[in-house]
Structure formats: structure tokens, C-alpha cells
Design a protein around this ligand. Structure first.
Ligand code: AHN
Ligand code: ZN
Length: 337
């Protein structure tokens, strides 16, 4: 497992590294930063067991459903971890209205690394878990919350490990890790009337009210359901439409690192997800790395929105590819160890 999770996350960090290369520096601060060089620096090492443990910790709180004690305790844990890893932490509280009128006490949790840097990359995932296993084959489970080991837990787990590595190897650019709340409280399948914009409530709020005024990032990467056995990542359509250049960097980095069988060189469907709202609200190009298979019924894993979204699926067979690809795409030659 250790070796596997390493490769997986490596793709993420790897991708991150490539994306910043070769861009013109325009602001005063940027001109003082090191220019591109040919020196290629290894992505920070990624500890698989550490990322796995971060997912386990989240799941151990119980389903992180807004307005529950498990949710609050997990929020405190996540903010504490980002702080421990050296980020400036913002906890953005908001009361958001769910599809059924319920008021959700939501918290977007932001860790800003080197907040003084003007060149920034945004890494994000949702941290809440779905209150309904409404895709479960057993109807009796439809109103039960899910563990969300993969759906929520995995992206956050990888990003916490990335946070730990950022602290260890301070990159030359600023990085913001954002954990969005209330992503997964969207209109359940057992409700007939479809209401638009009921998913991604936390990111919708943040995109209108970023944690700092005039927040800007060069690009963003969303991790959603990135930890399960046999995950495949197609080029999500909205990502291709608005962030094609970064999609290419991530998928190229993955291919070059030998993970082409996970990062499929083909377009998948458009998915309503947090990146869409960040793209719309902030005009920041964002891409969604999401486990998606066009040949399955829902497009997502068989455990998706069921009682089976548990730690058992988190085997990291896809190695650390998400981490390494993103690091290479994002930090690239700008990454200074
Ligand atoms: C919808 O199913 C509408 N969006 C997928 C976004 C999602 C839900 N990601 C995780 N859970
Ligand atoms: Zn979900």
C-alpha cells in the first residue's frame, strides 16, 4: 500500500509543478522570485501511510454531516492540522440553506502557505460527508449518512499530507489548501424535484466571499474521490473547457511518470463539482481530478453514495500519482527545495 499511495499523490504534486513553468512574471514581487531554470527538483516525498492515516482519522469521527458533533470535531481537527503544518488558517463560517430549506452551519477551512506570495496555487477538496446513502441498493439506507472515506475523506487526506510536505520543503510559490464544506448535501435521489445549485454550497459561498479580499490563484486543482481501488481519471469536461492547459500538464505528467492507465487520455463528462463554482466566481482556471468511469451506471465507483464508501476501498492501488503529477505540474522548475 505504501508504494501505491506514493505514486498516486506524486502525480498531483508533480502536475502542480509543471503548471507554473515558463510564465511571464509581471508583478514586482514575482520579478524578485527565482526565474525558471533548467534545474528540475524532485517533488516532495509523499508518505502513503501518513495520507492513509489522515483519511482514517476523518472517518473515525463518524459521518461529517453538517450540524452534527462529528462534523464540528472534524472541523477543529482539520484546522488544527493545517496550523500544525505551518499554514495561516482561516475558518470561514456561514449558514447555508440546503435543498430542503434546512440551515447548515458550514465551515470552509483554508490553510494559506506563504500568504505573502502573490503567485498562488489553489488545492481543494470537500470535507463534509453526504447525509444520505441515496444511491444504495438497499432503500432502507437511503436516509443514512455515509462514511465518505473516498467521497470527501480521500482528497482531504492527500491534501493534509501535501500540507505536511509543503512545510518540510517550502516551495517558491504560495499554496492555499481549501477544504470546502456542504458539498455533498445536494438534492437526494428520493426527492422528485431537481433543484439546481444544491450541491457545492460551501464553494458557492467562498467563490462569492473568498477568505481574503481579491483572492487570486493562477489555477486550482480539485481532488474528489481519489483514493479507491481501480480509480480512473478522465479529463473532466468543464476542466477541459476552462483549464485545458493545466489538464494537459497534469495528464502529461501522469503519463510520463508511468500512470497513464489511471489518468486516461480521453474526455469524461462534465461533473457538477466545486471547481465549477470557483471557475465561475473567481475566473480561476480549475480542474477536477475525479474517479470517473463512463462505462458505469452512475459514472462513479459502485460504492458512491452508498453505505460501502468505507476505508475498505482505500487501498491506494493508484499509487501516489495524483500527488506527483500535480506537484510536477504546479511547482515545476519553480519548486525550490
Ligand atoms: C453530482 O452528483 C451532482 N455531483 C458529483 C459531485 C460529487 C458528489 N462529488 C462527490 N459527491
Ligand atoms: Zn458525494
Amino acid at each position: 500500500m505504501d508504494r501505491m499511495i506514493n505514486k498516486y499523490a506524486g502525480v498531483l504534486l508533480g502536475s502542480l509543478m509543471l503548471s507554473c513553468c515558463g510564465q511571464k512574471n509581471t508583478t514586482k514581487e514575482e520579478t524578485t522570485e527565482p526565474a525558471d531554470t533548467d534545474k528540475r527538483i524532485e517533488a516532495p516525498t509523499f508518505n502513503a501511510d501518513s495520507a492513509y492515516a489522515y483519511i482514517e482519522r476523518q472517518v473515525a469521527f463518524g459521518p461529517r454531516v453538517p450540524n452534527t458533533e462529528a462534523h464540528q470535531r472534524c472541523a477543529d481537527y482539520l484546522a488544527g492540522e493545517l496550523d500544525r503544518h505551518g499554514a495561516k488558517v482561516y475558518v470561514q463560517e456561514a449558514v447555508l440553506t440546503a435543498y430542503n430549506g434546512e440551515k447548515l452551519k458550514a465551515q470552509n477551512i483554508v490553510g494559506a502557505f506563504q500568504p505573502e506570495k502573490s503567485r498562488r496555487v489553489l488545492l481543494f477538496a470537500h470535507w463534509d460527508s453526504r447525509p444520505y446513502a441515496d444511491h444504495d441498493t438497499d432503500e432502507a439506507n437511503h436516509r443514512k449518512p455515509i462514511d465518505g472515506a473516498d467521497d470527501g475523506g480521500s482528497g482531504v487526506g492527500i491534501l493534509l499530507e501535501i500540507a505536511r510536505q509543503i512545510q518540510a520543503k517550502a516551495p517558491a510559490i504560495g499554496i492555499d489548501i481549501v477544504f470546502f464544506d456542504a458539498e455533498d448535501y445536494g438534492t437526494p435521489e428520493f426527492v422528485d424535484e431537481y433543484k439546481p445549485d444544491t450541491w457545492c454550497l460551501g464553494s458557492q459561498f467562498w467563490a462569492k466571499n473568498p477568505h481574503v479580499p481579491n483572492y487570486k490563484a493562477e489555477f486550482g486543482i480539485l481532488l474528489d474521490m481519489v483514493g479507491s481501488r481501480g480509480a480512473t481519471f478522465y479529463k473532466e469536461s468543464t476542466s477541459v473547457q476552462y483549464a485545458a492547459r493545466y489538464v494537459e500538464k497534469v495528464w502529461t505528467a501522469a503519463r510520463e511518470l508511468g500512470y497513464g492507465k489511471y489518468f486516461i487520455n480521453a474526455q469524461g463528462g462534465a461533473i457538477v463539482d466545486d471547481h465549477q463554482y470557483v471557475i465561475q466566481g473567481l475566473r480561476t482556471p480549475c480542474l477536477d481530478i475525479i474517479n470517473y468511469d463512463p462505462d458505469t451506471q452512475s459514472g462513479f465507483g459502485p460504492y458512491w453514495h452508498t453505505q460501502n464508501d468505507t476505508m475498505e476501498n482505500i487501498v491506494w492501488c493508484t499509487d501516489n500519482l495524483v500527488w506527483r503529477c500535480s506537484a510536477e505540474a504546479c511547482f515545476g522548475k519553480d519548486y525550490i527545495a
